[in-house]
Structure formats: C-alpha cells, structure tokens
Design a binder for this molecule. Sequence first.
Ligand code: CTP
Ligand code: CA
Length: 224
Amino acid sequence: LREVAYEKDLAGKHLLVTAGPTREAIDPVRFISNHSTGRMGYAIAKMAMLRGADVTLVSGPVALEPPMFVKTVAVESAQEMYEAVMAEADDADIIIKSAAVADYAPAEVSQEKIKKAQGNAVIPLVRTKDILAALGEKKREDQFICGFAMETEHLLENAKAKREKKKVDMIVANSIRQSGAGFGGDTNVATLITGEGMRSLPLMSKEALAMEILDEAARGLHLR
Ligand code: CTP
Ligand code: CA
C-alpha cells in the first residue's frame, strides 16, 4: 500500500536509466565483463516509476525481472548500450547511468571459437565509447544527468574529477572497499557529488539510495 502513496513528483518526466554490466565478445563462447548485477539501476527504475516518471531502462545482461510499468531495452555490448541510450537521450529529462560499461572491447570478434595453442595468448583491446561523456557534451539546461563512479582508492577526488570531466550534474560515488557497498547485495554506501558540494549518505538499501538520487534530480530540475 505504501507504494501507491508515493508523491508523483516526477509525473510527466521522462527518465532514462542504464543498468548492469556490458559484455564484449571475444568469440562465440567468451566475453569480457564485470561484476555488476544491475540492482542499483533496477531500483532507480522502479522508484522513478512509483514517483510517476515515464521510465526507460537500458539494461545489460542481468538476472533480474524487468520492473513493472517500465520500458526495458535489453542490450549486450557497450556499443549497443551507446546506441540505445543515444536514441532515447533527447527525450529524457533525467538520465542516470548506473551501468558498469566495459572500457575496452576486443579489437576483433573471432567468428569461430578460438582454439588454445602452445604458450600464452594476448587479446588486443580497443576503447569503447564513453556514453556518459557523450551525454554530457550535448546536455541541455533542462536536463539532469547523473553518473556513478566506482573506485577502489581516492574515491572522492576521482569522483569529483569525473563529474567535471564528463560535464554532468551529479556523480554517485561508491567504493567497493566499503562493506555493504558496491556490486551485488541490497545495500550501498554512497556520496552524492554535485556542483554545490558533497553529501555522504549512510549505509542504506539500494531503493533508499535510489530515492535520494531522484530527490537530487527533482531538486536539480526545480520540481521541489
Ligand atoms: N561510463 C559510460 N561509458 C563508458 C564508461 C563509463 O557511460 N564507456 C559511465 C558509467 O556508466 C558511470 C561513469 O561513466 O556512470 C563512471 O564510470 P567509471 O567506470 O567509474 O569511470 P570511467 O570514466 O570509466 O573511468 P575509470 O574506469 O578509468 O575509473
Ligand atoms: Ca570504467
């Protein structure tokens, strides 16, 4: 019943959120990926929907049920995520990039399974497109764009630098070194970094953190 009681402060707003890892194919049986489970992004999609937003979720491969009343677009690679996000970005009032996008992909995808040979192997990798930076480049005044920063050291300095470099409104900084934070699990510990400063939040559920992030987005767009 609580769920029908949420204030619909995001009614009429289009929110685009990305979640999960990407997979970069090496050959038909192997890929490069990371430990993202998609839970943070799915929590954001769900809470935004409950607050009345019109939600599009671009999701890498995860083992989660698509949230109800959310348009979910399934993608695999960073390139596919880039294309899906760019196709929706102009319509979005709020964009939240919680996906863990691979920074590198194999330079070539072998059409056949690579057979092992004597000795070691080297796979040439090329950089993927930085989706958040591309969004920051074409951000409109009436858009709120939020990225994440996952760090193992120098969390706040690195996250603050990412916000400035990618020209976005907010970075949600989280450390995988902190217990209760990071990949998997139902909780997270984060610091919200905006142009106004930093706000460190205590350990909380991913749904509660989603609400904090959405509150900042609503404030950024002067909805509250
Ligand atoms: N991101 C993206 N496209 C990429 C890489 C990252 O959109 N190709 C986004 C992520 O979704 C996240 C933010 O950029 O919102 C920061 O990701 P992170 O991996 O922490 O930072 P990077 O800029 O990739 O730098 P590094 O991995 O070297 O720390
Ligand atoms: Ca990265």
